[in-house]
Design a binder for this molecule. Structure first.
Ligand code: FE
Length: 349
């Protein structure tokens, strides 16, 4: 944990102690894996609209799940936001979420983007989606050589591939989806082929892979769509220059479709402020908050009937809808362990 995180954690605990003595319903404790600074406005708008303050603890998905388990019934968490469908599934399996009955959430969030309802409600809801796309060096690489995930392992791309760690949730979910589409034998061979094609050992985040393509170090790379959109819309000329050499592909348009991941949220199992927590989730499904996901963090909103206008997202898809895969999130979640074992066997760091 770095110093800032530690301080924030200490601050959050301090707020909890003093908060308990004050009106409890006027604050919620949010454990968030959304690491996007543009979300500050999302939270302050909620407080402005409802008077409910948000005490936020930031960590990654795995850190949040570990912390909730360690805290058990004593956990001060009211709301949990995670940025990966498989982790949402994991949290549900581990009983960390309190199922919610909300007509507003049921009406707004499509059934395919929320957990399967159980007797006492729905354990979690997706609020935005992001595609895992392929970017490539337009000056060196042919688009048709990188228009599917399978081709990342093709010998034509030897020495070209840059990708973050295989064990990162974004990649584990992609590989878990591929396992569902191709079966174990082909998937392991595919992972082996990608290792053989790497321009460098996996390092950095998705933005670093895009920059690797722009600098010429990488011919092809994998990134979540919003990192590219962020560079395209950046106020900094250097950021925008990065995107000039970079082409983008929504992979597998002629087969099973592009892998799409979900960021979503849930009420914490041991929340002491369930009404406040539900109110926050309902706010995330509102047109204002949904527009924030589209324009603040360049994700696709999911709520039914929400209109949005994001020039970068439009440019990336040439204004047309793209084909996304349709497989159950539970299958992707259940594949994570198998995929990690394959990564270890083929030496994918
Ligand atoms: Fe991210």
């Amino acid at each position: 944990m770095n110093k800032r995180l530690a301080l924030m954690t200490v601050a959050a605990v301090a707020v909890l102690w003093t908060g308990a003595a004050q009106a409890q319903e006027q604050a919620i404790n949010l454990y968030s894996a959304r690491h996007y600074s543009s979300d500050e406005k999302l939270y302050s708008d909620f407080t402005k609209a409802t008077g409910i303050k948000i005490n936020r603890v930031d960590a990654d998905d795995a850190g949040i799940i570990a912390r909730l388990k360690a805290e058990g019934a004593a956990s001060p968490a009211d709301v949990i936001l995670l940025v990966d469908a498989a982790r949402l599934w994991r949290g549900e399996q581990d009983g960390l979420f309190l199922p919610v009955k909300s007509a507003a959430l049921d009406a707004a969030i499509p059934a395919s983007l929320r957990a399967t309802p159980v007797a006492d409600g729905t354990p979690w809801f997706g609020f935005s989606t992001r595609a895992r796309v392929i970017v490539y060096d337009k000056t060196k690489v042919k688009r048709e050589d990188v228009d599917s995930y399978e081709k990342l392992a093709d010998p034509v791309n030897k020495g070209r591939l840059c990708i973050r760690s295989g064990s990162h949730p974004y990649n584990l979910s992609l590989f878990g989806a591929v396992l569902e589409h191709m079966g174990p034998e082909k998937t392991e061979n595919w992972l082996k082929g990608m290792v053989a094609n790497m321009a460098r050992a996996p390092k950095g985040g998705d933005t670093d892979q895009i920059k690797g393509v722009a600098s010429g170090e990488c011919g092809v790379a994998v990134t979540n769509s919003y990192y590219l959109a962020r560079l395209m819309r950046s106020g900094s000329p250097e950021d925008r220059a990065v995107t000039e050499r970079v082409g983008v592909v929504f992979p597998n348009q002629s087969s099973w479709g592009t892998h799409v991941n979900v960021a979503g949220g849930a009420v914490a199992r041991h929340s002491k402020n369930v009404p406040g927590a539900v109110k926050f989730l309902e706010y995330l499904a509102s047109p204002d908050a949904q527009n924030h996901f589209a324009n603040g963090n360049n994700e696709w909103p999911v709520a039914v009937g929400v209109k949005f206008d994001n020039p970068a997202l439009k440019a990336m898809t040439a204004g047309k809808p793209f084909k996304s895969e349709t497989i159950p999130i539970s299958a992707v979640g259940a594949n994570q362990v198998k995929v990690q074992q394959m990564l270890d066997r083929v030496g994918f760091k």
